[in-house]
Design a protein around this ligand. Structure first.
Ligand code: NDP
Length: 254
């Protein structure tokens, strides 16, 4: 049986920031499998070329630029639109984690995590939305986190960036909604990637995640694809400013 047309995003062009590996790469794969032309982003062209080679179809492109640098972002988005075509979908996924007690957290690290997790979404989102609002349509999905809602000791700066990203999502929705652009968040729970490797390898913590998650396991990157395809599709044309948590239920229980 064919999928419902509301979920058809075939032929759209999508940029996923931070898609050289992990969640971003899985989301890019999902979009490619749904028939999108996909642009992979990260900081290293060789890594991106390797990642692109593993994706299906002939409609995968790469664009290496640093999402924390305004000039690089402006040049990167202009180059993508010229080379690949108008962007229909933007996924602001690039991010990082730094774990340390707040009293030991340095000024440099504070600015680094803020730039990577929050400023990046403003810079890339603004550049893409300048074009999308002009065309009267577009979908932007910001990758938030269960830590947009709750926090644990040692990750306050990370949670602060993700909490702020949730509000930036709502603000983008307010500003760009009238111009046909829907902006939503996707909030992963604990997902096994390079970012969480130290936690996965910590047996005690890893068992705690399984116990605390109603689904009883760590998330896999593929668990996030369905939520993204929904938010990027016409099925979500009247959904904006929301964060969809894909966390096995963790944010809902004590
Ligand atoms: P990874 O560390 O596996 O991947 C991070 C990606 O971001 C890489 O592709 C990296 O590319 C890219 N990146 C980092 N800095 C920059 C930069 N300045 N410019 C361009 N690209 C950059 O992380 P995950 O896949 O685990 O996480 C992806 C997103 O999901 C993040 O926003 C994270 O906060 C969020 N998230 C993750 C969770 C998890 O449990 N894993 C839970 C909740 C949210 P490269 O190094 O090649 O430049």
């Amino acid at each position: 049986m064919a999928a419902h047309p509301l979920f058809d995003i075939g032929g759209r062009t999508a940029l996923v920031t931070g898609s050289s590996r992990g969640i971003g790469l899985a989301l890019a794969r999902g979009l490619a499998e749904a028939g999108c032309t996909v642009v992979l982003n990260g900081r290293d062209e060789d890594t991106l070329a390797e990642a692109a080679a593993g994706l299906p179809g002939g409609r995968v492109h790469t664009a290496a630029f640093d999402v924390t640098d305004g000039a690089s972002v402006a040049a990167g988005i202009a180059d993508v639109e010229e080379r690949v075509g108008p962007l229909d979908i933007l996924v602001n996924n690039a991010g990082m984690q730094l774990r340390a007690p707040l009293l030991e957290f340095t000024d440099t690290d504070w600015h680094r995590i803020l730039d990577t997790n929050l400023t990046s979404a403003f810079l890339v989102g603004r550049e893409a939305a300048r074009r999308m609002t002009g065309r009267g349509h577009g979908k932007i999905v910001n990758i938030c986190s269960l830590q947009s809602e709750v926090v644990r000791p040692g990750i306050a700066p990370y949670a602060a960036t993700k909490g702020a990203l949730k509000m930036l999502t709502k603000g983008m929705c307010a500003d760009w909604g009238p111009h046909g652009v829907q902006v939503n968040g996707l909030g992963p729970g604990y997902i096994e990637t390079e970012l969480t490797r130290p936690l996965v390898e910590d047996g005690e913590f890893s068992a705690w995640v399984r116990r605390r998650t109603p689904a009883g396991r760590w998330g896999r990157t593929g668990d996030l694809v369905g939520g993204l395809l929904f938010l990027a599709s016409p099925a979500a044309d009247f959904v904006s400013g929301q964060v969809l948590y894909v966390d096995g239920g963790m944010t809902s229980v004590l």
